[in-house]
Design a protein around this ligand. Structure first.
Ligand code: CA
Ligand code: CA
Ligand code: CA
Length: 484
């Protein structure tokens, strides 16, 4: 949420009373809206029965191993089975059975303490929950965001939330089995043996990449609604020799008391088993035709300089090869035997981003980076149906110094076979290019342009003196053909 814009009526650009906070909470969450093709292009279907808003106050159900556990119980919900709302949703996921996966990312920035002397527990610190929020002031109008009064409330956020967009009365489900961390996206694959595999990055410096494997198996046309409720969670270790393995997160491997504790404190569990600290894992994308998975590691100024919030070292090497990594890279792995549920994998780096016009060392980037396609901070990552890889960036757009020639944030098209990459579009000033999907006939590609003009330097898309707005654009071919 761009506070100076939504609170543009306040000189401070911040919420100043309870009404302002309610506006902010209503401005968070997920919109479900139907769009349709008209003579004037794609337009919202304003009276669609599917249209609805899920905000920071919408009732949601807690499912999975943490449901009903003491860590999830609050004054308002003594059973620990139902929470209110979802917020700071980042990337997303889509299941083969037609549900949408909303991913709770920086949920921590909304909590604060009315007691300045409240001793913040280590488990909260690991997730960045502290005495002060990030300027949202939610606790001033809704006491559940006051950690000194409701210390379990933060345990109810940081999950993947499954939403059925085609059933407007359905209650969103928090899937605790997929772990609690700062979820970027959730890439869903049905393994050859029918188990549903979800790959997930935790977007924080020195945090981890996770994998969920469902206990049940996917049945086409069957009832798959409970598949994300039960399964096993593991975390990736990347060895320097190009091998890797998924380390199971269980009470036995972590020393934790219960499966509920493991998923709620997933970061702490992953530290306990010795997972590899990564350079901020953003989107994960699985190749549609072969068992191969890619993940953007966007950047990490702390690499080789500072441990993560759990004290785990962040050595330079393996899939995180540069100290103070300012450009980012994309790692990929191939599951052993082509089986997404296998414990082992082999990995390599698909691209190491850099600036070959400025540097002649490792910061120039890998061989597939050149002055015409260079970028920093890969973030969004999506395969199209033909195996083309689309890379979106959320990085420095100063176009100066180490970033000279890289311009605004952009979207590239990459050939996963050859590593060749080409710039496809460049976003407006001060935006992040993020989110990508297609119309069913593959003739329209929808691209998200988030927070253009976040520093006041753009009026996209309205122009003139209008406030800039986050936007979804539709891209079509002049010849009307398929686009990915
Ligand atoms: Ca992110
Ligand atoms: Ca992102
Ligand atoms: Ca990002």
């Amino acid at each position: 949420m761009n506070r100076p814009i939504i609170y543009g009526n306040r000189a401070t650009g911040l919420p100043e009373n309870a009404d302002d906070v309610r506006k902010g909470k209503a401005g968070h969450g997920v919109s479900i809206l139907e769009i349709g093709m008209t003579d004037g292009g794609w337009r919202p279907v304003v009276d669609s029965p599917f249209n609805r808003r899920i905000t920071a106050d919408t009732p949601v159900e807690i499912t999975g191993p943490a449901r009903g556990h003491d860590l999830l119980k609050t004054v308002a919900d003594p059973e620990g089975t139902g929470a209110l709302g979802t917020w700071n949703n980042c990337g997303n996921g889509r299941t083969p059975w037609g549900t949408y996966l909303a991913c709770e990312e920086n949920f921590n920035g909304y909590f604060s303490s009315s007691d300045p002397d409240y001793a913040v527990p280590d488990a909260m610190k690991r997730y960045g929950v502290g005495l002060k929020d990030w300027g949202y002031a939610w606790a001033t109008a809704d006491e559940r965001f006051d950690i000194s009064k409701h210390p379990n409330e933060p345990n109810r956020a940081g999950f993947v939330v499954e939403i059925d967009p085609l059933d407007p009365k359905s209650v969103p489900k928090k899937r605790t089995a997929l772990g609690r961390f700062k979820h970027e996206n959730a890439e869903v694959v049905v393994a050859g043996n029918g188990h549903v595999v979800v790959y997930m990055g935790d977007d924080e410096r020195g945090e981890f990449i996770y994998r969920f494997v469902s206990e049940g198996r996917y049945v086409e046309g069957g009832d798959n609604s409970g598949l994300l409720g039960t399964g096993s969670l593991s975390v990736a270790r990347f060895n320097d020799d190009g091998s890797g393995e998924w380390l199971a997160l269980t009470p036995e491997t972590t020393g934790m008391a219960s499966a509920a504790e493991v998923v709620v404190h997933a970061r702490i569990a992953a530290s306990a088993v010795g997972a590899t600290t990564m350079d901020r894992p953003e989107w994960v994308a699985a190749h549609p035709m072969r068992a191969e998975v890619y993940c953007c590691l966007t950047n990490n100024k702390n690499r080789g300089k500072k441990p993560n919030a759990g004290g785990d070292p962040t050595p330079v090497g393996g899939p995180n090869p540069r100290a103070g990594n300012k450009y980012g890279q994309i790692v990929r792995w191939r599951p052993a035997g082509g089986d997404h549920t296998a414990a082992g994998f082999e990995w390599d780096l698909f691209v190491v981003a850099g600036n070959p016009a400025v540097h002649d060392d490792a910061n120039a980037g890998s061989a597939n980076v050149n002055p015409d396609n260079m970028f920093n901070s890969p973030d969004g990552l999506v395969f199209d149906s033909k195996g083309g890889l689309w890379i979106q960036t959320d990085g420095k757009y100063t176009n100066e110094g180490d970033f000279a020639g890289q311009g605004n944030n952009q979207m590239l098209y990459a050939d996963a076979d050859t590593g060749e990459m080409n710039r496809f579009l460049v976003g407006p000033k001060e935006c992040e290019v993020t989110g990508l999907c297609w119309s069913q006939d593959r003739k329209t590609m929808f691209v998200g342009l988030q927070h253009p003009g976040e520093k006041g330097g753009s009026h996209f898309p309205g122009g003139g003196d209008t406030a800039p707005r986050s936007t979804v654009i539709a891209v079509t071919r002049d010849d009307g053909g398929e686009i990915g």
